[in-house]
Write a protein that binds this ligand. Structure first.
Ligand code: NAG
Ligand code: NAG
Ligand code: NAG
Ligand code: NAG
Ligand code: NAG
Ligand code: NAG
Ligand code: NAG
Ligand code: NAG
Ligand code: NAG
Ligand code: NAG
Ligand code: NAG
Ligand code: NAG
Length: 459
């Protein structure tokens, strides 16, 4: 079997210090030992099968802090390190291990330990490192392990964790590649590896995980393309590879795969090519985030996504510079839960269609800056009474600011910078009392700045 490739950047065992502690530990004569730890170790010895007799020294003739491969802390005379790797131990792990409350590192790897990891491990609140890899452990990883809040290293690879359903290693300092044995965790439903330093490509064997409903590798250093096998998993509900260095284009038939997808995020990568029109078949979609890539071409219609609330394709190279570029916008009026619409930083040309007035009444954020849009700002924008953010900057909008903008009583940000807008600045802007940011510069406004604006106390 293949070893996992995780190396753990944050935890370079300092062998010198450890030996120093061990040496001091052996030299000092302690006036008392702690009964709790001793009993726990004896209970551990009780159920473990130790064919080589390496634990024979764990007996009463000497203080437990002299026992083989037991390291104790100086101050409290409590067990801090238990190093029993590669000793041919079989049998199970005693639940009493959870009583070693000062334990910081436990090395039990490369033995033949069986049965499940006792949930009492969750009581080891000082545990930094737990290595159980290359054993024959089975069953679930106990939920309780999440109580080990100081845990930096957890290695359980190569165990027979056949019932593993959720594997979350988020927000650690894991580096290296995703080990291919993950593809053998056949019952896995959720794989969360976000916010580590993992790299390489996403292994295609993950496509074997036919029960997987969620995968997130957000915020790592993954490169390469999305393995087609992964996009073949009809069980997937959410898929998030945002903030990596991935590339390639989205397959044309993407929308015929992932029939249950609800969240799809590939933002902050280097994906290129068009947004496949087939994606309009994703009728369960709620969130789509394609921003900050190099996607190009025409944006297809998405008329059949009743649950969609977040639509973000900003900072790509989308649009072909013709007035049809915005034809997809009206398709989103069918998404009656839409709250977020971000298409800024593209090459989208054309006039904003009036159908935006039919966007959902919950509609909250409208961001179309840095495109090639022209024409007037449609009056119907005043229908979107729950709008908080309206950003139209760096386009070629002309005409006046529609007076019914005063209906947008929840507006917090209004950015119209760098357009061809003219006329007077409407006095009624002063009625938008929640405004924090107002950008009007680089336009052709004339007349005075309305004194009424002083009513916007947060501006
Ligand atoms: C470990 O702690 C539990 C709960 O406090 C206790 O019931 C058990 O007897 C302890 N085990 C040993 C070996 O002392
Ligand atoms: C107990 O440990 C001591 C020290 O390691 C060893 O010499 C002795 O043989 C052990 N006693 C038994 C009964 O195993
Ligand atoms: C021994 O363990 C008990 C229970 O955890 C604790 O209250 C006590 O302080 C410990 N004694 C020493 C000397 O560390
Ligand atoms: C694993 O343990 C075996 C003995 O059981 C030993 O021969 C081998 O070298 C160990 N492997 C590692 C990587 O420590
Ligand atoms: C699980 O963890 C909690 C919190 O640390 C602890 O109170 C509980 O005793 C643990 N369960 C077992 C079976 O050890
Ligand atoms: C895993 O354990 C087996 C037998 O216990 C041993 O032969 C093998 O070398 C170990 N693998 C690693 C990578 O330590
Ligand atoms: C995964 O399982 C297959 C067959 O069950 C086995 O041949 C392969 O060695 C396993 N791979 C790993 C990395 O454990
Ligand atoms: C997708 O799944 C189908 C059937 O489940 C299979 O025949 C096909 O080889 C898979 N394609 C990829 C790229 O894994
Ligand atoms: C949606 O899927 C059907 C087949 O299920 C396919 O015929 C159709 O072309 C797809 N729609 C788009 C826009 O690709
Ligand atoms: C909205 O949905 C209906 C039926 O589901 C469909 O006929 C219509 O074309 C869709 N509208 C848009 C703008 O896509
Ligand atoms: C907005 O919706 C109304 C009724 O639902 C419809 O009559 C009107 O044509 C729509 N307007 C646009 C611009 O799509
Ligand atoms: C703006 O508020 C003032 C009161 O502060 C009110 O008299 C005026 O009618 C409001 N204007 C609009 C367009 O709602």
């Amino acid at each position: 079997m293949e070893l996992a490739h995780f190396t753990f950047a944050q935890l370079q065992p300092c062998h010198f210090l450890l030996s120093l502690v061990l040496a001091l530990c052996l030299v000092l004569v302690f006036s008392s030992t702690n009964e709790t730890d001793k009993l726990a170790l004896l209970a551990f010895k009780d159920v473990v099968k130790d064919s080589c007799g390496v634990l024979d020294s764990w007996n009463d003739t000497i203080g437990f802090f002299h026992w083989y491969d037991v390291t104790c802390g100086l101050r409290h005379q409590r067990v801090t390190i238990l190093n029993l790797q590669s000793l041919g131990l079989s049998g199970s792990i005693s639940p009493h291990i959870g009583n070693l409350s000062f334990l910081r590192r436990m090395y039990l790897h490369n033995n033949s330990l069986v049965r499940e990891i006792p949930p009492q491990v969750g009581r080891l609140s000082n545990l930094r490192l737990l290595r159980l890899d290359n054993n024959s452990l089975a069953g679930e990883i106990p939920r309780n392990i999440s109580s080990c809040s100081k845990l930096l290293v957890l290695r359980i690879d190569n165990s027979q964790l056949t019932r593993l359903r959720i594997l979350s290693l988020e927000r650690n300092a894991l580096s290296g590649n995703v080990p291919s044995f993950f593809g053998n965790l056949s019952l896995l439903e959720s794989l969360q590896l976000g916010k580590n330093n993992l790299g390489g490509s996403i292994p295609k064997v993950l496509g074997h995980l036919t029960n997987l409903y969620g995968i997130s590798v957000v915020g790592n250093r993954f490169s390469g393309t999305i393995p087609p096998s992964l996009l073949n998993l009809s069980s997937l509900i959410w898929f998030d590879v945002a903030y990596n260095q991935m590339q390639g284009s989205l397959p044309a038939d993407l929308g015929l795969m992932l029939p249950n997808i609800q969240g799809f995020g590939i933002d902050l990568n280097q994906f290129e090519g068009p947004i496949p029109p087939s994606m309009s078949n994703w009728t369960k979609l709620e969130i789509i985030q394609l921003g900050d890539n190099k996607l190009s071409g025409k944006v297809p219609s998405f008329g059949n996504m009743p649950k969609l609330w977040c639509f973000s394709i900003s900072n790509n190279q989308l649009g072909i510079g013709n007035s049809n570029d915005l034809s997809f916008v009206c398709s989103l009026t069918n998404s009656t839960r839409l709250k977020v619409f971000q298409i800024g930083g593209n090459r989208l040309s054309g006039v904003l269609p009036k159908c935006i007035g039919n966007f959902s009444s919950n509609f909250n954020r409208f961001q179309v800056s840095q495109n090639l849009m022209f024409g007037e700002i449609p009056k119907v924008i005043g229908n979107l009474v729950n709008l908080e953010v309206l950003i139209l900057s760096f386009n070629k909008f002309s005409g006046k600011i529609p007076s019914n903008i005063v209906n947008l009583q929840n507006l917090v940000v209004l950015n119209l910078i760098s357009n061809n807008l003219g006329g007077m600045i409407p006095i009624s802007l002063g009625n938008l009392t929640k405004l924090i940011k107002l950008g009007l510069s680089w336009n052709n406004f004339h007349g005075q700045i309305p004194s009424h604006l002083s009513k916007c106390q947060s501006l």
